[in-house]
Ligand binder design. Sequence first.
Ligand SMILES: Cc1ncc(COP(=O)(O)O)c(C=O)c1O
Length: 488
Amino acid sequence: MMFLNDLVTIDKAADTAVYLQIANAIIQAIRRGRLRSRSKLPGSRELANALNVHRKTTVAAYEELLAQGWLEMIPRKGTFVVQDLPEIKPRKLKQAETSVAYPEKTIFSIDEKRFVQFPALGFPDTKKLIINDGFPDMRLLPNELFLRELRSMGKQPAFKKYNMYGRAEGTDYLRDTLASFLRETRGLPISAANVMITRGAQMGIYMAASLLLKPGDQVIVGEPSYFAATLTFQQAGASINRVPVDESGLAIDAVERLCQTKKIRLLYVIPHHHHPTTVTLSPERRIRLLELAATYKFALIEDDYDYDFHYTSNPVLPMASLDHHGSVIYIGTLSKTLVPAIRIGFIVAPENFIKAVANLRMGIDRQGDSMMEVAIAELYRNGTIGRHIRKVVNIYRERRDHFSALLTENLGQRVSFRIPDGGMSVWTRFNYSDLRTVSAKAFQKGLIMSDGQRYNTGTINYNSARLGFASLNLAEQERAIDIIVKCL
Ligand SMILES: Cc1ncc(COP(=O)(O)O)c(C=O)c1O
């Protein structure tokens, strides 16, 4: 028995359960040869007394070791270390001892030029202040509620069915939940059959582009537009036609002129808060756009990535809520509603489109993470997500107002912007200073901000950036503006 007190140290404050601490210590002792194969272990009661823990704990530790195959129970004799330890010892492919370095490059060629280059996203883990493009404040997500939900669902036997392969369209539970949520909050006359769960909006854009576009197909986007969508259409071989964006959104007359001269296959629009300019497409233009889609029979991708974040009056309902004769592919995401790392988005479309896109998914992703989908559905159903949205909308409204006031008071004529009705950023044009220089100087002074290059389309240099106000509290905003002022 000496080994017990010697080898097993229990830390009751540790995160690892006590029975696992005991089991792990015994495994270590076996691995190090201090407990040899075929040696007998004390009974669970004896072990419990020696370690001063409850007997249930030592029984659980032994059960764990028996299940893993470290111990065996011999009837009427007791518990023993097994003869053949459950450790895999791979056989060498070659007898000679050679140490190899992993190759730096493939021996075969890769035609990287076949693919468009997406600008690297992701943010450095840095102490510097960051004004991002317009992302939510990670600090506000109620992580503990989210994890508690997963834990409590994990305990329910019915939850186990989600361990099996599921549907490419997503779990029915979340499709159904989202269908009612979108019916109630955005007026979409849909059922679960019209919903496909994706890993974020980008996957929806990618799959719609892959399904619809052949090389040479004509696509309309705004000037400017969301760069990642444009790149995705270009990747599919499409020819990009850009139409101006003014205070009322996409210029519909220009769309109509294009339709009269070219066979348009797809139009991409972000009507609620256009990316990057944040303008809202007016109701009149929405109706005209739907009429054009019906007349010229093109597909209309309505990217509604930040619908939940509107700060004035009532938001305009999506085009997908009207009778669109099957032209609209409506795309949404939880990247802004919750956080970008929870990769859940959705496509809403006529059933034939959902079926085709689900088939397409089978070749690359097969399905999403069912457990995450079910937990998210539960958080919608029990009201957690609704409460979170209401709470952060109030916080972001205050942050938007504070940030806009800071821009006016501190930067005056040196920038132009309009206060956005929604979203998480202010589209800010720098009137006299080159944004690349400002951004480089800001970096030296401890602030990371966009240099605006990704919005430039080749023909126009906007010298503008989306300055994300939502993820900075008021004091951080003041520090950021202070630095920008010093850089101008
Ligand atoms: C207009 C627009 N659409 C789609 C996306 C992509 O969102 P997701 O993270 O859901 O892929 C973004 C991300 O910022 C966006 O701005």
